[in-house]
Each structure stands twice: as C-alpha cells, then as structure tokens.
Design a protein around this ligand. Structure first.
Ligand code: SAM
Length: 255
C-alpha cells in the first residue's frame, strides 16, 4: 500500500478534548449497548440500513485522482459498518474510523479481517476536536452520528478544517422531518417501532427512547444544509431515502 499524503492518528490515537455532560451521557449509552448494537440495527431496519450505507458511500472518494491513495474519515464510526462499506466500495482507500465510545470501536475491530484490517484504522476521538491535520482528508463520512453531537457548529467547522479543498462530506442520518407526510412516517417508524424493537433486542429501554428525542431536537435537512454553507461547504445536496425516513446530505469543501 502506498503511504498516503497525510498524518492520521494510529489505532492507539486518542483525542483529549473535554466532553460535556450531554456527550458523556451519549458516550456511556453507546458503550453500554455496543454488544447488541448491530443486531438491533438489522432487526429495526430489516437490513435497509445496509442499503442506505452502500448508497451513501458509493461516490464518496470517486473525485480522488487514481495516482493517490484516498483518505477517508468515518466519523462516529461505531461498530465500523460504514468503514467496511467504504472499504468495499474503495478497496485502496485508507479509512480512519473515529468514535468516542471505545466499546463500539472494540466490537467493530472484531469484524476487521484480511484486507479490511490493513486498510481500516480505529481511533477514539471526539467529533468536536478531530485529531487530524488540516486538509488531510479526501472525504468525511458520518452515518447516524451527527445528530448526537453537543455543538454541531463546532463539529462542522472541524470537518471543514480536516477536509482538503474539494473534499467531500457525506452525512446519512434521521433529520427532523418538516413536511406533514414525513412527520407521520417518522412518528410511526422512529417513535412507534424503533424504541420497542431496540428495547426487545438490547434490553436497554433508555437508549432507544433517546433515538426519537434526538431526532426531534436535530436540524431539518434545510437547516443542516444552511449550516454547512455557513461552515464553508458548497454544492450541498439532499437525497431522501425510504419515504423520507432517512436522508443523505452531500457537500463539497470549498476551494
Ligand atoms: C447511532 S451510532 C452510529 C454508528 C455508525 N456510524 C453506524 O452507522 O452504525 C452513533 C455513534 O456516534 C458516536 N458519537 C456520538 N457523539 C460523538 C462524539 N461527540 N464524538 C465521537 N463519536 C460520537 C457514538 O459513540 C456512536 O457510536
């Protein structure tokens, strides 16, 4: 493998930014449910989350010239399903999987075999203080993580800092619905179905009651797109998935 033109932290890398009370609560919650997280995801979404992930990563690194090893940061990487999807789509790429819940990353590392182990590194990190150099990433991907952050503005600024000019940001998440139709679908799926199935699979009721609450507090796709433009992103595009249950937001770091 060619050495990438960047200095990313190694698998033992840790960012030491202070984590606030909300962050600590979220961190403890994900560490607690790490063991059942993958199973709950598959049951709750009937496997649709894998399809969403594949679609979201499909052109993540296609802008990188072929004479360079692409570098992607999978932010809030959890148990590495997205890191693995990026690796399958771009087998030459170096992927850094970052998350502040060490237990989630630990579960994910169990899935790293063969080429994936050689191309995916993990690092405990807080999304508000990324332990990567300025302009060191060709792409940042984040699935179902942004919604949990305490300070979205600061996290957006960090992503803009870490991306090369022309680099891509792709976010897959459950944004706060704004149309009546989508609100109804969300109410049925995210408030009605997910918490109960999550509880049944992991035994953790609190974690899966948190999910609809976090969606209610989150940006709508329009608000998030405006936030990205303010942070220095251009060409911000939104794609709704499965009747608007989830969305992919793609953006480019301005030159
Ligand atoms: C719902 S999980 C998503 C995991 C993975 N991306 C996926 O799609 O399955 C959210 C993840 O975000 C992580 N997270 C939340 N806030 C974070 C922060 N401030 N810094 C780093 N990771 C964070 C949690 O620890 C958790 O693993």
């Amino acid at each position: 493998m060619t050495t990438p033109e960047t200095s990313l932290p190694s698998s033992s890398g840790t960012s030491l930014a202070p984590i606030d009370a909300h962050g600590s609560q979220v961190q403890r919650m994900f560490d607690r449910i790490a063991g059942g997280y993958d199973r709950a995801n598959r049951v709750m979404s009937l496997g649709i989350d894998e399809r969403w992930r594949r679609r979201a990563v499909a052109d993540l690194l296609s802008h990188v010239p072929s004479d360079r090893v692409p570098v992607a940061l999978d932010l809030c990487a959890g148990t590495l399903d997205s890191s693995l999807a990026i690796h399958r789509a771009f087998p030459r790429a170096k992927v850094l999987a970052g998350d502040f819940a060490a237990e989630m990353l630990e579960r994910g590392r169990e899935k790293l075999v063969g080429e994936a182990a050689a191309h995916i590194d993990t690092a405990v990190m807080d999304a508000h203080a990324l332990p990567v150099d300025d302009a060191s990433c060709d792409a940042i991907f984040c699935a179902f993580g942004i919604r949990n952050l305490s300070d979205l503005g600061r996290a957006c600024a960090e992503q803009a800092r870490a991306l090369r000019p022309g680099g891509k940001l792709v976010v897959l998440d459950f944004f706060r619905p704004d149309s009546l139709g989508t609100r109804i679908v969300h109410a049925i799926y995210n408030r009605g179905v997910l918490p109960w199935v999550g509880w049944a699979v992991t035994g953790d009721r609190e974690a899966y009651q948190y999910l609809p609450r976090s969606i209610g507090r989150f940006d709508s796709t329009d608000e998030y797109a405006a936030r990205l433009r303010d942070a220095g992103f251009v060409d911000v595009r939104v794609e709704g998935l499965t009747m608007g249950v989830a969305s992919i937001v793609r953006a480019t770091r301005s030159a």
